[in-house]
Design a protein around this ligand. Structure first.
Ligand SMILES: C[S@@+](CC[C@H](N)C(=O)[O-])C[C@H]1O[C@@H](n2cnc3c(N)ncnc32)[C@H](O)[C@@H]1O
Length: 346
């Protein structure tokens, strides 16, 4: 229901209309290195110094800095000599590249890839399919062939995926007690952030990252140290190749990429390979049963439309997929953050 205030003056619509302007201000400041510079400098800097150090125009930089102050991403101190800018705590922690909780790579993936696909959202709704062809001139039915169109693009994607686990990886891995499961396969485990959470939380487990050969190659080269003895790799295509036996399979942000039939196909394979007493841990963003929210999950589901052949689902929908594949007891744990966990038992 609209409030009387909104009908007098549509404040909420103006906020929505400006939503992407806000995102772009944050993305541009990250991309230009504003937050990194201010963290390194350890003192507040004037717009002139910031522009000189970043090699940007003075009048463009002044406006960007002021907009960041409006968004509470920067603080400003006005002295006689002029305005001096500094990071706010949240920017220092999440928007600088060097922070362990940095979201920089995720934001760059939003700015450079997702944003371009969303330009064609209307077409995606009309046609019911992803927009890689329009956004990047790639006509492939294989979502990941399109996503992995260059090594640079793959690295960007993998850094972006890892970033979110630095803020909610521990929550999803700790949602259930996984200590009884010692042989774990992370199917589509990508750059391995969740595998690292697993081995750091559970002393007795080994985790094998199962992913496409070119992803495994990059994960080994850029993300997982060879000294990490409890993380291993398995190169394969989980639709075409056999899935090895294990106690637990983690599928984090995997099923949301695919249509129902493919999800059941994959889950059946996992169910057959799973040791008795073992299980599957789905990690996904969950929609309310009546799909009335949460807003993030609704927006992510639209993102799956413009980028993949999948969608975000409700707990009941995941339960139906697990049951169709032969899993018995399923249990859900909500974390209160972006991603939740569902454990299905063989
Ligand atoms: C959305 S990403 C999720 C990555 C990781 N699980 C996470 O949550 O950060 C999907 C992953 O599935 C992998 N993948 C896609 N198709 C695959 C296939 N046919 N066989 C194996 N892995 C696949 C991709 O390479 C990618 O790492």
């Amino acid at each position: 229901m609209s409030s009387t205030e909104d009908l007098e003056y549509p404040h909420i619509l103006i906020q929505y209309q400006n939503g992407f302007l806000i995102s772009k201000v944050m993305f541009a400041a990250c991309e230009l290195g504003v937050f990194d510079l201010l963290k390194e400098s350890k003192e507040n800097l004037s717009s002139k110094v910031i522009a000189e150090r970043l090699g940007t125009s003075l009048h463009g930089t002044e406006r960007l800095l002021d907009a960041c102050v409006g968004l509470k991403l920067l603080s400003v101190e006005v002295k006689e000599e002029g305005a001096f800018y500094g990071n706010t705590e949240i920017s220092n922690l999440y928007l600088t590249k060097s922070s362990p909780k940095s979201q920089y790579h995720n934001l760059m993936y939003y700015s450079k890839t997702i944003y371009l696909c969303w330009h064609y959202l209307t077409d995606a709704v009309r046609e019911g399919k992803n927009q890689y062809e329009r956004a990047f001139g790639i006509s492939s039915n294989d979502v990941f062939e399109a996503l992995y169109r260059s090594e640079e693009e793959m690295i960007k994607f993998m850094y972006g995926l890892n970033a979110v686990w630095s803020i909610c990886g521990r929550d999803v891995i700790a949602a259930f007690d996984l200590s009884p499961f010692t042989t774990i396969y992370d199917l589509g485990g990508g750059a391995g952030a969740l595998a690292q959470e697993c081995v750091s939380l559970y002393a007795d487990c080994t985790v094998t990252i199962f992913d496409l050969p070119k992803v495994v190659e990059i994960a080994k080269k850029h993300f997982i140290s060879p000294e990490e003895r409890r993380i291993m790799f398995y190169e394969g295509d989980f639709f075409k190749d056999p899935v090895p036996e294990a106690d637990l399979y983690i599928l984090a942000r995997i099923l949301h990429d695919w249509a129902d039939e493919k999800c059941v196909q994959l889950l059946r394979k996992v169910q057959k390979a799973c040791k008795s007493g073992g299980g599957v841990l789905l990690i996904e963003t969950l929609l309310n049963e009546d799909k009335s929210g949460p807003l993030e999950s609704q927006l992510y589901s639209m993102n799956m439309l413009v980028q993949t052949e999948g969608k975000e689902r409700t707990p009941k929908e995941y339960n139906q997929l697990l049951t169709a594949a032969g899993f018995k007891e399923t249990e859900i744990k909500k974390t209160g953050k972006l991603y939740d966990a569902i454990l299905g038992r063989k």
